[in-house]
Design a protein around this ligand. Structure first.
Ligand code: GLN
Ligand code: ZN
Length: 770
């Protein structure tokens, strides 16, 4: 490259893709349902892209290449997969007659076929976004198989916007990939780097030909500890950016490194020919003077505005970080730490929130304003003085606002002793629970929710609109609970659930019923594909003004002689699936939630509930990306669960539920929760998890899921008894529970009844052989 075009002083790493009113979700789901055709889907997608470009331009991203080309129909990793020809062979030929992986191939990989499971989905770094895991083997036939990224650039350009196309970078792409089924043992996807790079180079050349001045290659894997040795990653980074920057025709290259500090890989990237390097200067510290010296000649794109949480930026603090970069003599541009795809569009939509709370928040659109202000600061510090003073004033008023710090909550936390985190020995509890529960061997139960039918959702929508009274709504929910209890009685379950019909969501429900939280109306963020969640905002000290679940649980218990399980969401999961305050350590916030749950458990016990499940499906989600930080995280997260549950009487059986089976680094932590019974996912891995349980010596109750609830498929009785037969070989029968993999809320009643019937029949069969 001769003459590098200037990198825009203000830009974003990425922007929400779903549309302000989830237009993309609606269009994509209509396309899947066959109610709109491909042309209509394209029209909808183009409207979203152009509306985004117009909005960002109006908000101040007016320079060329400032607007990120981060639109995606489903997932940015799947976008890379379909651009570089990486469709796994197990799907057969997915390329169309033009040799392209078109939108049908794209959704086939995302959603699977009758014969083939979709690509596996997993968490994107430490966020609640999930991507589709590429499957790479020795035979993967890399080639440019889509021109979509170029077409998207051209669409914006034709409408007057020069965007900055985005691709997941080659090193991150391969590090996030897994070996395909047909690969030999020990095969590493990174070994295919040399074959991938020419394809990326070709894409860059096409973008340049279309007029792109900058391209963004996203390399977040470089901020996370990997299983691959660092030296190998260094070599891959050096090689990748040597090849990509020596391409004859290409846009200038920005490498972005969101989600944490680049640390040991900064010098490697600094030594490459990339024109601009983004660093996460919000979560990561400003690099040292020696490191900064290595970056001379490049533009440093400072991600000082948090893309991952919703709090208004401390502009004074950001300005200080920018000063440190400027003092090193670097060419500095301003951006977000991560894509803003993790936050909602616009605070101004949330008119139901108090003006005070709103003043503390910055969603994606407000973050653009912050970036623009800070970019102006870099050019002329005086220009931002007013904005900086205002932000400081708001932050100070937030710290002093009512409800942010509640003395009674703080006093209670300060008075905790180790006794508050510990129950009696398991042997004592086990004996007490045998007395109180009288369960058969291999007790059967479910994970909590039963199908959320359209009647249930409809009733809730009507109640929210005021179209039915609160009493009418409660009665409808009680009718549903009775139906669920009767069904479980008829099926012959041992520990019953009430079915959770009254909950819109396992976190939001608690957020709505605890002080210290608020909920949004339009605050949707993409979780995966077309699925969006609406995280609550945890802004203040947490208190529980009255019991939350007790009335429902007690009603359900009144309908049966069998034990009814009380159902709560654990502190870590409540934090992980909310936007959490940033003004104190997460562990403190978790303990506040834990105390509220502890009080709820006491009230459930007082109402006669003898089994209480505290779900922690997100325990692994918040695991830090750097190994060095993991023990401290596991320590506070495990302790918050223990604080929530350790007040339970010996005879009260505490259950927990986790949605995954690859235990790895967390098996000690799961054991450390000290729950009496732990249910986990196991069916998709065909019960492999029982080997881990056995070698770990897991000593308390455990329910490895015997069927996968993520698909409508009904498991046969023989299939379930086979899995159970395998489980009893590795886990002593007296510890073993029988349950599905997860809650049933996304299923229909027909398949649920049949599956549960088979589950109970299989249990009886295996019990008879004990
Ligand atoms: N109790 C919840 C349910 O059954 C658990 C859901 C989850 O693990 N994600 O729906
Ligand atoms: Zn689950």
């Amino acid at each position: 490259m001769s003459n590098t075009p200037a990198f825009p002083a203000a830009s974003l790493l990425g922007y929400p893709r779903i549309g302000r009113r989830r237009e993309l979700k609606k269009a994509v789901e209509a396309f899947w349902a066959g109610t709109i055709d491909e042309a209509a889907l394209d029209t909808a997608a183009q409207e979203i892209q152009l509306a985004t470009a117009r909005r960002l331009f109006d908000l101040g991203l007016t320079e060329a290449a400032a607007i990120p080309g981060t639109f995606s129909f489903y997932d940015q990793v799947l976008d890379a997969t379909t651009h570089i020809g990486a469709a796994p062979a197990r799907f057969g030929e997915l390329r169309n007659s033009a040799g392209e992986l078109d939108i049908n191939a794209y959704f086939t990989l995302a959603r699977g076929t009758v014969e083939q499971q979709p690509l596996e989905m997993t968490k994107w770094f430490d966020t609640n976004y999930h991507y589709l895991v590429p499957e790479i083997g020795p035979e993967t036939n890399f080639a440019v198989t889509s021109n979509r990224i170029v077409e998207q650039f051209e669409l914006a350009k034709a409408n007057g916007f020069t965007t900055r196309p985005y691709l997941v970078g080659p090193v991150t792409y391969l590090l996030l990939s897994k070996a395909s089924d047909d690969a030999p043992a020990g095969f590493s996807p990174l070994s295919r780097l040399e074959d991938v790079l020419p394809v990326y180079a070709e894409l860059l050349s096409r973008l340049a030909a279309a007029g792109a001045t900058w391209v963004q290659l996203d390399e977040p894997a470089l901020v996370a500890d990997q299983d691959v040795p660092v030296a190998e990653i260094e070599a891959a980074v050096a090689r990748s950016y040597e090849v990509l920057t020596s391409a004859a025709q290409r846009p200038a290259v920005l490498v972005s490194t969101p989600y944490g500090a680049l640390a040991e890989l900064l010098p490697t990237l600094a030594a490459t020919g990339v024109e601009a390097l983004h660093i996460d200067a919000f979560k990561g510290a400003v690099p040292s003077a020696e490191e900064l010296a290595l970056l001379a000649g490049k533009t440093v794109v400072a991600g000082v505005v948090d893309g991952h949480n919703i709090w208004r930026n401390d502009l004074a603090e950001s300005a200080a970080r920018l000063d440190a970069l400027k003092a090193a003599g670097l060419d500095v541009a301003v951006s977000t730490s991560t894509s803003t795809q993790h936050v909602p569009h616009d605070v101004d939509e949330e008119t139901q929130l108090s003006a005070e709370l709103r003043s503390w928040l910055a969603f994606a659109d407000q973050k653009v304003g912050e970036v623009v202000t800070l970019a102006a600061y870099v050019g002329d510090p005086a220009s931002a003085a007013g904005a900086i003073a205002e932000a400081s004033a708001v932050i100070a008023s937030r710290a002093a606002a009512a409800g942010v710090k509640r003395p009674e909550v703080r006093a209670r936390l300060a008075a905790l002793t180790t006794a508050d985190f510990n129950r009696s020995d398991y042997a004592v509890r086990e004996a007490a629970q045998e007395q109180s529960l009288h369960l058969p061997p291999l007790p059967t139960t479910t994970i909590g929710s039963f199908p959320q039918t359209s009647e249930i959702r409809g009733a809730r929508a009507r109640a929210n609109k005021g179209a039915i009274t609160g009493e009418a709504y409660t009665q409808l929910m009680k009718d549903e609970i009775k139906r669920v209890v009767d069904l479980q009685e008829e099926l012959g379950f041992d520990v019953l659930v009430h079915g959770e019909p009254e909950r819109n969501d396992m976190v939001q429900y608690f957020a709505e019923n605890l002080e210290g939280f608020d909920v949004t109306v339009h605050g949707w963020v993409q979780s995966y594909g077309s699925r969006c969640t609406r995280p609550s905002i945890l802004w203040g000290d947490v208190t529980r003004e009255q019991a939350i679940t007790v009335e429902w649980a007690a009603f359900a218990q009144s309908l049966t002689q069998k034990p009814m399980k009380g159902m709560l969401t654990g502190p870590v999961t409540i934090l992980a699936w909310s936007f959490v305050r940033d003004d104190q350590p997460l562990g403190e916030t978790a303990n506040q939630v834990a105390l509220a749950l502890r009080d709820e458990i006491a009230d459930l016990e007082a109402a006669g509930i003898k089994v209480i499940q505290v779900d922690e499906p997100a325990l692994r989600e918040l695991l830090p990306l750097r190994r060095a930080a993991q023990p401290a995280y596991l320590d506070w997260s495990v302790n918050s669960f223990r604080l929530a549950t350790a007040g339970a009487a010996d005879g009260t059986q505490v259950h927990t539920h986790l949605c995954y089976s690859e235990f790895g680094v967390v098996i000690d932590a799961i054991d450390g929760l000290d729950a009496d019974v732990t249910s986990i996912e196991a069916a998709r891995s065909r019960m492999e998890v029982v080997n881990d349980l056995e070698s770990h010596g897991f000593g308390r109750g455990v329910g490895p899921g015997v069927y996968d609830i993520h698909s409508p498929r009904v498991p046969g009785q023989a299939e379930v008894s086979e899995l159970l037969g395998k489980a009893v070989k590795h886990v002593p029968a007296r510890q073993l529970w029988v349950n599905p993999d997860c809650g049933l809320k996304t299923r229909g009643y027909a398949e649920t009844e049949e599956s549960l019937r088979n589950l109970v029949a299989a249990t009886k069969e295996v019990r008879a052989q004990l």
